[in-house]
Design a protein around this ligand. Sequence first.
Ligand SMILES: NC(=O)c1ccc[n+]([C@@H]2O[C@H](COP(=O)([O-])OP(=O)(O)OC[C@H]3O[C@@H](n4cnc5c(N)ncnc54)[C@H](OP(=O)(O)O)[C@@H]3O)[C@@H](O)[C@H]2O)c1
Length: 238
Amino acid sequence: MTTDIVNNTRPAILLVGASRGLGLAMASEFVKKGWSVVGTVRGGARTRLHDLADQHPDRVEIHLLDITEPDQIAALRDRLAGRQFDMLFNNAGTANKNQGETIAEVSTEEFIHLMVANALSPMRVIETLQDLVPASGLLGIMSSGQGSVSNNNNGGHEVYRGTKAALNQYMRSFTARHADDPRAMVLIAPGWVRTDLGGPDAPLGVDESIPKVVDVLIAQLGKPGLRYLDREGKTVPW
Ligand SMILES: NC(=O)c1ccc[n+]([C@@H]2O[C@H](COP(=O)([O-])OP(=O)(O)OC[C@H]3O[C@@H](n4cnc5c(N)ncnc54)[C@H](OP(=O)(O)O)[C@@H]3O)[C@@H](O)[C@H]2O)c1
């Protein structure tokens, strides 16, 4: 089991957006490593996280959260009051329906939807829930290599790219506002992975990305300050 940090029992992660895809795989990987997982799903439908919870009833707990609903983030904060997590990680995110459309083509409505889902709401999750993470813990967000401004030489996925670049910028501002914060903060780029969002042409399977992502996150515990890292633990140019 991974070294305990907070409770002298099992280390614990609050993992937002764990119903499927990369978030579900992260939940499974943390359980494999001996962690407790409090995972969130939205809506009342049964998900594969529920299957994981059935297999590990003492280790996986599920709460409801749509990150675009600030009242739901606040309600989750209230429900979890008094508890502590070694990691708070926001995985929840989405892509525009037509990922090929440019900033010249996207509707204002779709642009706002994506910015709210991928930039504003993950930051609201961090802002509202961060008190549940002690000084020894980590605040993390699933970013993307496409959030790198420096690496954008070929364009593509313009609207999505912009939301992840904005997310990175907001997390840097958060870190600047918390200059003396001893906690580790991580924006992670998992690589292009075959999920509903990544699509069937992505070069990586979930198993080729997520175990590495989880190892990178665990390795950052105890290292204050913000890092933008890929699944190998290498810094992504901002
Ligand atoms: N796949 C890739 O190649 C790739 C690469 C770089 C970064 N990422 C990032 O990785 C994260 C996960 O992506 P994925 O590939 O696993 O996509 P996915 O299979 O489409 O899963 C998206 C996850 O986010 C949740 N979610 C979306 N909007 C939400 C909201 N408003 N509130 C709460 N949960 C919400 C979904 O929940 P529901 O089941 O309720 O919809 C689902 O659990 C995203 O942030 C994505 O941008 C993915």
